[in-house]
Ligand binder design. Structure first.
Ligand code: NAD
Ligand code: DAU
Length: 358
């Protein structure tokens, strides 16, 4: 560990970002972690309450598209590394408002790339170049959709089909372009569906948990035949940590877990767990399942070949799925205040009280 590393993490108040920030702040006390987050509806400082006072952590409220702010942060901090997670992340929202996704996911990424390019090439001697890294956290959705067979590898041609995945694909291409054109040291990882606590309850699993708890219908798109490969968020952040420290600049790493579930099957599994946890009669939660109109352009199946990461960096998923899901359900059932807060907009107030008035 280099005790003097300064790391910029973007989107650190979101679901995956908050797990990553916590891990870095605790695991690397010698690092200085700066979390840049706009605090959109998906960003929530309550996710980081337990580490907000740590000496090696600081928070900056701001937009990654704000070039003046981003350049100022680079100038003040001389970052050694960037781990870029800030994004509009929800496919359904991208169908309604594609421009938000173009702005944050594409323009925001280029704004960060420009700052890294400018400050790193201007300020560092060649022998220190290898300490710098721009790590872009991306998604398996850039590869498009699979039929019943096959897996996405790092060589699969990009074929994004939603505004969300198209914006992430664009940002991946731009990150690679800065590697080839300007020799900016970059790494990209493309990960499958994450689950775990602190996920905003618009995504399938926390939405279903919340609705079942409140005896509300659980919307299943189409016939529930679509397939996703589910990975616990802490396995994802462990992979990011490993790739950030040991990955090869210019390379891409797929992250997944060989844990494919049809949506309807995962919902039935969840309903069984919820019946048990809530002391309800077996089968009662499943009665809440409501088949609704399909998501437009709904990708049928995602499945990841992560053998490169396994072979080169010795990573494999460690959280057994059923155990991880039970733990996630327990967390949502025991954290009603968090759920109420994120669904009411109260977290914005929390931010104002904690930071603006200081
Ligand atoms: P999230 O929606 O929970 O969090 C996104 C965070 O980014 C929020 O804190 C939000 O406030 C912040 N943000 C949004 N726009 C911003 C802007 N313009 N400037 C600064 N901050 C901004 O997302 P997540 O699920 O944690 O995903 C994080 C990253 O991981 C994204 O890049 C996503 O594409 C990628 N990813 C997610 C998954 C998944 O299953 N959730 C899987 C693979 C990859
Ligand atoms: O694959 C990685 C991606 O996983 C990430 O890049 C995205 O940021 C993340 O949001 C997630 O995208 P999905 O679209 O796969 O996740 P979501 O939870 O929205 O949906 C999971 C599946 O469940 C998908 O097939 C759509 C379906 N679904 C979703 C919702 C919200 C339903 O059937 N009903 C629902 O209400």
């Amino acid at each position: 560990m280099n005790p003097k590393r300064k790391i910029l993490i973007t989107g650190g108040a979101g679901f995956i970002g908050s797990h990553l920030v916590r891990m870095f702040v605790k695991k690397y006390p010698g690092y200085r972690v700066v979390n840049l987050d706009k605090l959109t509806y998906a960003g929530n400082l309550a996710n980081l309450k337990d580490i907000e006072a740590e000496e090696n952590y600081s928070f900056v409220k701001g937009d990654i598209c704000d070039s003046i702010l981003v350049h100022k942060l680079f100038e003040e901090n001389n970052f050694d590394g960037v781990i870029h997670l800030a994004a509009e992340s929800h496919v359904d929202r991208s169908i309604v408002s594609p421009m938000d996704f173009v702005l944050t996911n594409i323009t925001g990424t280029v704004t960060l790339l420009n700052a890294a390019k400018q400050y790193w090439s201007a300020t560092i001697a060649p022998e220190r170049q290898k300490r710098k890294l721009f790590y872009h956290v991306s998604t398996d959705e850039v590869y498009g959709t699979l039929g019943k067979k096959g897996f996405f590898t790092e060589k699969t041609a990009y074929d994004p089909r939603s505004p969300y995945s198209s914006s992430k694909a664009s940002s991946d291409h731009l990150v690679r372009a800065y590697f080839h054109t300007y020799k900016l040291p970059v790494i990209i990882s493309n990960c499958s569906n994450n689950y775990g606590h602190y996920q905003f309850p618009e995504k399938l699993l926390p939405l279903a948990i919340n609705n079942i708890k409140n005896n509300k219908p659980v919307p299943v798109y189409g016939k529930g035949e679509n397939i996703r490969d589910w990975l616990h968020v802490e396995d994802h952040t462990r992979a990011i940590d490993l790739i950030f420290h040991k990955g090869v600049p210019g390379e891409t790493y797929n992250i997944g877990s060989n844990n494919e579930w049809k949506n309807i099957d995962i919902i039935f599994l969840l309903c069984g767990i919820m019946d048990r946890k809530l002391g309800r009669k077996a089968g009662s939660s499943a009665k809440l399942i409501n088949f609704v109109k399909d998501r437009p352009g709904h990708d049928l199946r995602y499945a990841i070949d992560f053998s490169k990461l396994k072979k080169n960096l010795k990573w494999k998923p460690s959280v057994p799925f059923r155990k991880g899901l039970e733990k996630t359900v327990d967390w949502y059932l025991n954290n009603e205040a968090w759920l109420a807060q994120v669904t009411s907009g109260e977290y914005v107030k929390y931010y104002d009280e904690q930071y603006v008035k200081r």
